[in-house]
Structure formats: C-alpha cells, structure tokens
Design a protein. Structure first.
Length: 287
C-alpha cells in the first residue's frame, strides 16, 4: 500500500520543470482524479532556486549516503540534507512510501524514469509507465543497494526520479514541462491501480541499466583534448558499437568507441562539465 507520496522539485535550483510543477500543484492542488491520494509537494533547495543555480556549495543530490548523514555537515547543502533527512526520514525509517524527485537535464534524454531497484513494485511501475508513455525511457541504477545511494529520493521507503530533457538550465520549456507532468501523472495512475490491487498484466519492457560514466580525454594538465562527436550529440539511448565515433579531437580527428555495445545517456550534460563527464553508459535489458 502506497499511503504517503511526496513530490520534490528544486533539488537542483536551475531545473525548472519540477519547480514549476510543484508550485502549480501547491497553488491549484493536484488534479482532481488524484485527490484521494495523500500527496505532499515540496521545494527542497529554496536558496538555490532563488539564485537560479544548481547548488550553492555542493550538489544536494549527492548528500544522502548513510556516511554523510552520520557525519558533521561541512557545507550549506550538507546541512540542508541533514534537515531534510530529519523532516522526511530518517533514511531507513521514513513514513514516505514513495518519494518522487523531479529533475531536468540538458541532454536529449526525453522523459526518463529512473529507478534504483528492480523488485516487483518497481518492475510493475516501470512497465506501467512505459505502457502509458511508450516514448519514455526507463533507466535502472541498481549497481548498489538503494540505501547506499546518495540521492535525495533514497530517504523514502521507495524513491524514484523523473529526468526530462533536453532543457537548458534555468529556463522552462513547455514541451519538457508537459512530459514531466505526464510522467508524474502516470506514476500516480500506477499508485491508484497498485493500491486497489488491480495492476494489469503487462509485458516486459525495455530498460537501460547504468554501467559507468565516461570522461573526456584529458592531457597531463587536466585540459580537455576533445569534444562530443556530432554523431553522438543528442542521440541519448541510441546504441554505440565498436568503431562508432564518440569524441572529436580539437585537431579534427574522430575518436572511436572501443568495447561492447553501449547506450549512452546524459550526453554532454552541462551540470557535469566541471567533473569532465562526457556521458554515462548503459546496457539494454528487459524488465
């Protein structure tokens, strides 16, 4: 039974779709079809929202590991994480049955549902959302147990993320907002049928399972030697096989992928610029 649902926007203060959706639902109420559900809506990092930046000191969405929550907070976002964990948690003992954290990406990932485990509940949820939104992508980040993730959504008993792009940081696109709201409502539709024990039989759905992040080529001074190849840019979740170009060196030479077939995503994500992350990789699977 999913009794308590919390939607969160503004974990990153310049990702505006979730911020606006939360504000709209706070002001006008959730759509009438879902008013029977116990839904809370919150903005998590108001200071970053006011400044229209991802974060002020450190990424709030990387502050929720058990070790960090047990340590003395050293920055503004760490202090905020402790406060949110006290308000919504503690992690591992939360009353929130489903915490949905809403994000945007500058990458062309479309509407992507991110789940942290592939148990029966999340498998049913993924299949249901995929049926409601055939264009959606399902990204599974279950390389470690959910409790070990640093994500804000991991405070809840169950935590998932909505990730929609491409949208520039700090602005709002109507088409991206529409995809965000549609995925949020599809999740709520699933909760209703799940609570009534009437989830339909659904076929396996295609998912992408996270492997690792790939960094840009760097020289000995830590300077980039290449950029994303045009053939890869804006082709999130499209297959890349051995020999396909992924980088273009600044001297004009393409650099090819060497390895098994991957499905890149978060391609050229602006928020990862300082980390020199070029893209994340995934395998394709059936869930």
């Amino acid at each position: 039974m999913i009794a308590n649902i919390t939607f969160v926007g503004g974990t990153h203060g310049n990702e505006t779709s979730g911020i606006q959706l939360v504000r709209n639902w706070q002001r006008f109420g959730v759509p009438a079809a879902y008013q029977s559900l116990n839904i809370d809506c919150h903005l998590s990092n108001q200071a970053a929202i006011d400044a229209n930046v991802r974060f002020l000191e450190e990424d709030l969405n990387r502050q929720f590991t058990p070790a960090l929550l047990a340590s003395q907070p050293q920055c503004q976002e760490a202090r905020l994480a402790h406060a949110l964990n006290q308000q919504w948690g503690p992690k591992g003992g939360s009353d929130i049955d489903l915490l949905v954290d809403i994000h945007n990406t500058t990458s062309a990932m479309g509407a992507t549902l991110i789940i942290l485990e592939a148990d029966a509940f999340h498998t049913q949820l993924a299949r249901y959302v995929k049926q409601q939104m055939p264009e959606a992508n399902i990204l599974v980040e279950d390389e470690k147990p959910p409790a070990e993730h640093a994500y804000l959504c991991s405070i809840g008993k169950r935590g998932i993320m909505i990730e929609v792009g491409a949208q520039p940081q700090g602005v709002l696109r109507a088409d991206v907002y529409d995809l965000t709201e549609r995925m949020a409502l599809a999740i709520l539709d699933f909760v209703k049928v799940y609570n009534s024990q009437s989830v339909p039989e659904l076929p396996p759905c295609e998912v992408f399972r996270f492997i690792e992040n790939i960094t840009f080529p760097l020289n000995e001074d830590g300077e980039r030697q290449a950029m994303i190849h045009p053939a890869l840019q804006d082709n999130d979740f499209a297959p890349v096989t051995t020999g396909d170009p992924v980088f273009l060196s600044f001297d004009g030479e393409p650099q090819a992928w060497q390895g098994e077939t991957i499905y890149p995503h978060f391609i050229n994500e602006a928020a990862y610029h300082k980390l020199h992350v070029a893209f994340a990789t995934a395998t394709k699977a059936q869930l």
